[in-house]
Design a protein around this ligand. Structure first.
Ligand SMILES: [Zn+2]
Length: 326
């Protein structure tokens, strides 16, 4: 708190600052503040990387400032979380995007940050799109023909849908029976606006890439890069040792009970160079269970699991910001 004046002002003006006992007692930063302010807890000369949210070019973007230590914490957490799904072996990696996303090494969009983070899992890296965002068939066939029989693909959900799945011929079945995993996340709001469900997404991936492809979505945000929530085989997002969530009523902001829809507040143990460990998002969701013996997810993973249902409507967001500006 003492390292970021803006954060310290926010906390002392809006929250009771006695020692927090429960997650819900921990002060939060509304996600929109990362768009409006430069929230940073380190001297400016220590900035190693700046990340920005994706989103339309004219909308304000969140800015996240990382020093080297924080950047490396993010990588370590991501490796640990994804390795649980896929093991630690490196495999040929098809990035479902273009190289241009990572050409500037000091400033990244959420898309670029994701690509760079997941690159660590690739023994060889291929980009499925060229700089004009057209499908690069040659690169895809290099990837398919790699002799290793396990393969990994990574991309931003909305880019995969719009630029790849919708453009590949139907019944493309490009990976046939090869063992592969596709990990995707981000930009899901665009798909939910179009009423495309996760089920629709998975079935189109299987149609175009092959029925053996395992599809795993994650929920995460640029403000908490690294500590992503993976979606399990039963369709639910799970917390892990780097993160947690609670749900708040979208009007009263009081903590909601199980199976009650509200605004998602996310926690991450990773942020050290900016005050991002507790953030009130603009996403709606609900907790399905706390993962104790009687309400464990059908996939068998212990711990809290939840669904993301959509986004607060604009009017509601304005309502919320008014509350914060008090
Ligand atoms: Zn599960």
């Amino acid at each position: 708190m003492s390292n970021c004046k803006l954060y310290s002002d926010l906390v002392s003006n809006l929250f009771v600052t006695s020692k927090p006992r429960y997650l819900e007692d921990i002060p939060y930063v509304p996600a929109t503040l990362f768009k409006e302010l430069d929230l940073i807890s380190i001297p400016k000369e220590k900035i190693f990387k700046t990340m920005t949210s994706s989103g339309t070019s004219n909308a304000a973007k969140s800015k996240i400032f990382l020093d080297r230590d924080n950047a490396s914490l993010q990588t370590k957490a991501l490796v640990e979380i994804v390795s649980k799904e896929w093991g630690t072996k490196r495999s040929p990696l098809l990035i479902l995007d273009n190289k241009e996303q990572i050409t500037n090494r000091s400033s990244f969009s959420a898309r670029g940050a994701g690509i760079l983070g997941f690159s660590i899992f690739g023994s060889r890296r291929f980009f499925a799109l060229d700089k004009f965002m057209s499908v690069d068939e040659e690169q895809i066939s290099f990837f398919i023909n790699c002799i290793k029989n396990t393969k990994i693909m990574y991309g931003f959900t909305s880019i995969i849908w719009e630029e790849i799945l919708e453009k590949l011929p139907s019944n493309a079945n490009i990976l046939g029976l090869q063992k592969a995993i596709m990990i995707h996340g981000g930009g899901w709001k665009k798909l939910s606006d179009k009423k495309i469900s996760n089920k629709d997404f998975v079935s189109l991936v299987k149609e175009k890439f092959g029925k053996n492809v395992i599809v795993r979505e994650y929920y995460g945000m640029v403000e908490q890069t690294g500590s992503i929530f993976m979606r399990c085989s039963k369709g639910f997002f799970h917390i892990n040792k780097f993160n947690d969530i609670i749900i708040r009523n979208s009007i009263t902001l009081k903590p909601s009970s199980k199976k009650e829809e509200g605004v998602i507040q996310v926690f991450s143990t990773l942020p050290t160079s900016y005050p991002g460990f507790s953030i009130l998002t603009e996403d709606l969701g609900m907790i399905l269970g706390y993962g104790s013996e009687e309400d464990i997810c059908k996939c068998g993973t212990p711990g809290k699991y939840f669904l993301v249902n959509g986004r607060l409507l604009n009017t509601e967001i304005r309502g919320c910001s008014n509350t914060y500006n008090r």
